[in-house]
Ligand binder design. Structure first.
Ligand SMILES: Cc1cn([C@H]2C[C@H](O)[C@@H](COP(=O)(O)OP(=O)(O)OP(=O)(O)O)O2)c(=O)[nH]c1=O
Length: 182
C-alpha cells in the first residue's frame, strides 16, 4: 500500500490526479528542526520526519512525506503564524526573487530515499494595500511564504523558473520516477 503522510489537500489532489492508489495518514508532529541547517537539509529533515512518523507503524507500506519552504536571502519562511506574520513575509518577498524548496522522503521498512526540488519565483512589487487585501482572503495562512501560486496568490507572481508542482508542494514528475525504482 502507498501512504501519503500529509494533511495537505494539494498534495493529495496532485497524487490522485496522477492516478495513484493511496491512502492519506497525516503526521501531526511539531515541525521543529535545527534552524541553522542549510535550506536543503532543513526541508529534507522535515520531509523525513513526517514520513518516519507514519512509517514506524506501517513497515510493509511505502510512505511519502513532503515539506515545502520558501527561502529569501538565506531566511527560511515556513507557514505564517498569524496575519501580521503573513504581511511581513509578503513584504520581504515583494519585488524580488526567492526559491521554493520541496523535499520528498520515501520510506518502506528500513529503506529510505529523499530528494529535493527547487523552483525560483519572482514576485511583483506589492503595495501595502495589495498585501493587506490578499492576507484578508486567508489564503496565505496554510502556505509556506504566505502565498499560494495556484490561487489568488498567482496574481502576485511575476514569473517562475522550474517546476510549478514544486511550488504547490509536490514535485510530481520526480516523485513518480522515484516511486518506479523504489
Ligand atoms: C509557496 C506555496 C506553498 N504552498 C503550500 C505547499 C505546502 O502544502 C505548504 C507548506 O506547508 P508544509 O509544512 O510543507 O505542508 P502542510 O502543512 O501543508 O502539509 P503536511 O505537513 O501535512 O504534509 O505550502 C502552496 O500551496 N502554494 C504555494 O505557492
Amino acid at each position: 500500500m502507498l501512504i501519503l503522510a500529509s494533511g495537505s489537500p494539494r498534495r493529495a489532489k496532485l497524487l490522485k490526479d496522477a492516478g495513484l492508489d493511496f491512502i492519506v495518514i497525516p503526521s501531526h508532529l511539531e515541525e521543529v528542526v535545527d534552524e541553522k541547517l542549510k535550506p536543503v537539509d532543513y526541508v529534507t529533515e522535515l520531509a523525513k520526519m513526517k514520513a518516519m512518523h507514519i512509517a514506524q507503524d506501517h513497515p510493509e507500506d511505502t510512505v511519502i512525506g513532503a515539506d515545502t519552504i520558501v527561502v529569501y536571502e538565506e531566511q527560511i519562511l515556513g507557514k505564517p503564524i498569524d496575519e501580521e506574520d503573513a504581511c511581513r513575509m509578503l513584504k520581504l518577498l515583494s519585488g524580488d526573487r526567492h526559491v521554493v524548496y520541496t523535499a520528498v522522503a520515501l520510506i518502506r521498512g528500513e529503506k529510505i530515499k529523499t530528494f529535493v526540488s527547487e523552483t525560483e519565483v519572482s514576485m511583483k512589487n506589492l503595495s501595502d494595500l495589495e498585501i493587506q487585501n490578499y492576507v484578508k482572503t486567508k489564503e496565505p495562512m496554510d502556505k509556506a511564504g504566505a502565498y499560494g501560486i495556484q490561487g489568488e496568490g498567482g496574481s502576485l507572481v511575476d514569473h517562475y523558473k522550474g517546476d510549478f508542482f514544486t511550488i504547490v508542494g509536490l514535485p510530481l514528475k520526480e516523485l513518480l520516477e522515484a516511486l518506479k525504482t523504489f
